[in-house]
Design a protein around this ligand. Sequence first.
Ligand SMILES: [Zn+2]
Length: 287
Amino acid sequence: MPRLPRPLPPPGARNLVLVILDSLRYDSWQAAPPRSLAGIGPLQRRFSYATWTAPSHLNLLMGLLPHTSPPRVYASDYYRQDFLRYRERLGVPELEYRRMLPSLFLPTLLRGLGYLTHARVSMPVLNPLTVLNTDFDSYRLMGAHNDMAAIVDELHFSSERPSFWLLNVGETHYPYAHPGSADSVELPHISGVHGVIKGLDGLRAGSDAAAEFFTPASLADLHARQIAALEYLDGVFLALLERLPAETWLIVTSDHGELFGEDGYFGHGPIMHEKVLEVPFLEGRVG
Ligand SMILES: [Zn+2]
């Protein structure tokens, strides 16, 4: 589809940065809430629309952030109200719901408002050859699946136009390791990083060795590792905040939760369980 010319942005439109901490459970955030984000907004318990990375990110890029699961509300009313939150997020009070039509895709909407659009992703299943890479000015699969600091280094903003950045962060994904620590632990290799699609690791490196299943003790350890990964990210969030211009709206959430042995499940994907839908959500204006 040919791209439309990019208009000048509305006055007052601000940057939007959407950080997705892949696989991060709500209770992992509760166990180690990043102090650097304490002033942004209150932690909310929300629910993902999907249980694994690719459909969840498509949903997020449709502008549908994790939902609050309100009772006695029609879905159409919820979607409308949820969308109109972008008026405050973007600093565009005249934004109309119909602007989301017909593409139903946030980068297309934002580009149509005059935004620059960028994505940096850590998970191979989100690689730039996927349909998610639509109406982005730049979209890159990072060289490592667990290096948010490297993503932060790539952020840049324009004084002429607001920017949208989608950041998919992998430290909180299995094997829950920050850069340099993954090689020091003996954990089964799970193909494609997320254990769903074999062969995608070929976009970087990897093998197709079969994964073993975990013991109760190792599952508890893995949950602790995810919490420790979030503790590590506190410092990276501090670097992120130092990098963000004052007129920026920051959203931090995850694409789905993770199972650590509850009812016999590990991980995420083909799992129907509250803990794979329950996610942390936090948003607010920076500066
Ligand atoms: Zn994911």
